[in-house]
Design a protein around this ligand. Structure first.
Ligand SMILES: [Zn+2]
Length: 110
């Protein structure tokens, strides 16, 4: 599935307006977007809609804002706060692949 670009969408909405001659009628094709928003979208190349309702109406992808951890005030790379891990349930140590491989070779060579 191809995701339309902003320019694609601008052209599409502009074409629609050329035919319908009315932003109100154009807006009926994009439920959730107001006539004024669509007019601005076509006429102002610097305008990039951010509201999810407008993006969804235009069929553009909606990106979630990264979640800032309320406890640490940063965006955790792991996407979840390490402080939320349950205490008393220590994580199993990571497998040491290199050591395991050496042991396997030792077993195979007996
Ligand atoms: Zn955190």
């Amino acid at each position: 599935m191809n995701t339309p670009t902003l320019a694609d969408k601008r052209a599409e909405v502009a074409r629609l307006h050329e035919g319908l001659k009315s932003w109100r009628l154009v807006a009926e094709h994009y439920p959730g977007a107001k006539p004024g928003t669509l007019s601005r979208f076509v006429n102002d190349n610097a305008y990039v809609p951010h509201r999810a309702t407008v993006l969804t109406a235009l069929g553009l992808p909606v990106f979630d804002k990264p979640k800032v951890c309320p406890r640490h005030g940063i965006v955790h790379v792991a996407k979840r706060c390490p402080a939320t891990r349950k205490p008393g349930k220590p994580r199993l140590p990571r497998l040491d692949r290199y050591r395991l491989a050496l042991e396997l070779i030792g077993v195979l060579n007996g």
